[in-house]
Design a protein around this ligand. Structure first.
Ligand code: PAF
Length: 271
């Protein structure tokens, strides 16, 4: 049985002896509802370090009031089984009151690159992410922490935070895992009906057309609505370091389909 570490104190008591033993540690932050994308992070962590510690914590601070916190899938027992099958021995699963005790008052806020795109459309999201990830990294102090490239702006914002705050952890991005139809794996894909799924698979196709210069952003917007998406928050070519429109090398998109928000990003081919 995989052992559940539930408190900061227990985490530190487990982590500290690994230093004198010379054992390296990787950390895989998740909100649960694990799929192949998360498992690829765990496999990568296990490959690179002696021990990999995933955490499962549904972080309320990264959801705004009208978002899907209440219906976010909770599959803890199945998640633990998947991790155990990979050979994971310990998982950090703190309760919300352990992480945000009464009177908690701090927010970690990256400026600049956290402002456009996700920052514009989900005002609480990136601050909520940087607050939880900062706390978790400081609690665990792993050698490396792994994040999916699917949440590309999140990844870059976390890298910025770790650099700016001199947190002694290497942040690594791991390529997005897609299903056989090109849809990026996401815990939110379970919200999609069969009909939604067919539409959702068009996202990556249209983004590729933008990446290859076959569609400009306005045409992409029209095509996304035409194939059945309800709303497009953005579908835009940006620079992957600054998220400015100058020197674009990545197409990033966020779209809505029957109440579900899907995001994706792909690298642009350099001509
Ligand atoms: O990408 C996620 O699942 C979450 O945003 C993260 C990084 C685990 C923080 O809650």
């Amino acid at each position: 049985m995989v052992h559940k570490i539930k408190t900061v104190e227990e985490l530190r008591a487990w982590r500290e002896p690994l230093w004198p033993q010379g054992k390296t540690l990787s950390f895989v932050p998740t909100m649960g509802a694990l799929h192949e994308g998360h498992l690829s992070l765990v496999r990568e962590g296990m490959k690179q370090t002696d021990i990999c510690l995933p955490y499962i914590f549904l972080n309320p601070k990264q959801f705004s009031a009208h978002e899907d916190l209440e219906k976010y899938p909770n599959t803890l027992e199945a998640d633990l089984e998947k991790l155990e099958n990979l050979g994971i021995t310990h998982v950090y699963v703190p309760e919300p009151q352990e992480i945000y005790p009464e009177n908690f008052q701090t927010t970690v806020n990256v400026a600049g690159i956290a402002k456009p795109l996700e920052g514009e459309h989900r005002p609480d999201f990136l601050n909520g992410v940087t607050t939880i990830v900062c706390k978790m990294l400081l609690q665990c102090l792993p050698e490396i922490a792994l994040f999916g490239e699917k949440d590309f702006q999140q990844l870059q914002v976390i890298k910025r935070m770790v650099t700016d705050l001199n947190i002694p952890v290497e942040i690594q991005g791991v390529p997005t895992v897609r299903d056989e139809n090109g849809l990026a794996l996401s815990s939110r894909n379970v919200y999609l009906s069969d009909d939604d799924y067919k539409i959702a698979c068009q996202l990556n196709v249209i983004m590729n057309e933008v990446a290859q210069g076959q569609l400009d952003e306005l045409d992409a917007l029209h095509k996304l609505l035409e194939v059945g998406f309800d709303k497009v928050d953005y579908c835009t070519a940006r620079n992957s370091e600054t998220f400015a429109i100058e020197n674009p090398n990545r197409v990033l998109a966020a779209v809505w389909l029957n109440g579900t928000r899907l995001i994706d990003n792909i690298e642009m081919q350099q001509h």
